[in-house]
Design a protein around this ligand. Structure first.
Ligand SMILES: Nc1ncnc2c1ncn2[C@@H]1O[C@H](COP(=O)(O)OP(=O)(O)O)[C@@H](O)[C@H]1O
Ligand SMILES: [Mg+2]
Length: 369
């Protein structure tokens, strides 16, 4: 294991990260977890075989705090440093979709309670599970989380997660919340809860008061956007040609190709998002999985582009409702994007959202809140 604290300090020394005592303490805790993880007793050892249970997993972590405090950054650093093949990092929402899929398959087997076999399968795949952006906003998740995570931790899985909320605020005001309370108790009992709510929102700082809407389309706008991308992701601009892409799963079995996908930031062309047959499910998947979306090449739309305009409207609604930050290059300011054509009147709401999405208040809001 590369020591995560050493890695963090090297980034601070290099000026990539600003010194932050809360972060340093958290990374120290992560470093300790990394060491525990790597010196775990061998689960095949005689003792544990005799006891017929796996050795207890090192105690995991629940890191919560406002947006831009570096939670995901620290978790990713930790994840990179832990030297084991038995690890998995996944966006929480995506993980839960997968769990529901697996539960559906188990139910068709009609062998009773579907949760234990799903727990076993997940625990067999990874002993370290890192979740980004834990949030609970539907009853289907709320109803199973306690049993799912009790099972995972009992099976020797270590859980590390980030969230914008303290445990007590998860699924706040949710339906049948009393059924969810055991999950909150579980978090407090089995994980270390760390609060990261320092004064600085580093993401906002990196957006740095720069405009988020660039027009007209062209080299200057593209360059400005690409600078913003490298500022947000810390990816070396000289490696621009190698920024990773991704295939994002959409419920229903389709996928969306994300041409650039890094640290919760996605880059798309307008064409890919709105000129192909896409719909609300695609846009919701994007909105849930990325905290920041770049759209390049938004044209001025006319009466012949009513399909593109309608899709763009659904896309912006999804991004707006999930407080996804939008950076874009376009041929014009929002107000003159779709002056006439079917639905141009309804498009006014899109315009107003696009304007609001450029405001400091919007940019400071947490993803998905
Ligand atoms: N100490 C720091 N100094 C400079 N930038 C930082 C620092 N901590 C985090 N960042 C940057 O701020 C941005 C937001 O961090 P992120 O981990 O996404 O925050 P969170 O997950 O808490 O919302 C990222 O670009 C990250 O690299
Ligand atoms: Mg984050």
């Amino acid at each position: 294991m590369t020591d995560v604290l050493a890695r963090y300090e090297a980034l601070v020394a290099a000026g990539e990260l600003r010194p932050d005592p809360d972060q340093r303490a958290t990374v120290g805790r992560l470093a300790e977890l990394g060491r525990q993880f790597e010196t775990q007793p061998n689960k095949g050892s005689v003792l544990w075989r005799m006891l017929k249970k796996p050795p207890p997993s090192p105690r995991g972590l629940y890191m919560w705090g406002g947006v831009g405090r570096g939670k995901s950054m620290m978790m990713d650093l930790f994840f990179d440093c832990v030297d084991t093949p038995s690890k998995r990092r996944v966006h929480f929402h995506e993980f839960m979709l997968e769990i529901h899929d697996r539960l559906r398959v188990e139910r068709t087997k009609e062998k009773g309670d579907p949760i234990p076999p799903v727990v076993d399968a997940v625990a067999a795949e990874a002993k370290l599970l890192c979740f980004d952006e834990m949030v609970v906003n539907n009853m289907a998740d709320a109803a199973i989380l306690s049993r799912l995570f009790t099972g995972l931790i009992d099976a020797g899985v270590t859980v590390v997660t980030t969230s914008n909320r303290p445990p007590d605020d998860l699924y706040k005001d949710g339906l049948n919340r009393q059924l969810f309370l055991p999950f909150i108790a579980l978090i407090k009992d089995r994980l270390d809860v760390l609060c990261l709510n320092g004064p600085v929102d580093y993401r906002l700082e990196r957006l740095g008061g720069f405009p988020t809407w660039y027009s007209p389309n062209g080299q200057a706008s593209t360059q400005a956007l690409s600078k913003a991308f490298f500022r947000l992701t810390d990816y070396p601009p000289e490696d621009a040609a190698h920024v990773p892409s991704a295939e994002l799963a959409v419920p229903g079995g389709r996928t969306i190709h994300v041409p650039k996908s890094l640290k919760g930031v996605a880059v798309f062309s307008f064409k890919r998002l709105c000129s192909e047959a896409r719909g609300a499910a695609d846009y919701l998947a994007i909105a849930r999985n990325y905290h920041t979306v770049f759209i390049v090449g938004i044209p001025i739309l006319g009466p012949d582009n009513r399909n593109e305009a309608a899709r763009f409207k659904v896309l912006i609604d999804a991004l707006y409702e999930h407080k996804v930050k939008l950076l874009a290059t376009a041929d014009a300011e929002p107000i003159v994007l779709y002056p006439e054509g079917d639905g141009a009147f309804e498009f006014e709401r899109t315009v107003s959202r696009l304007m609001e999405m450029q405001s400091q208040d919007y940019l400071a809001a947490g993803h998905g809140e």
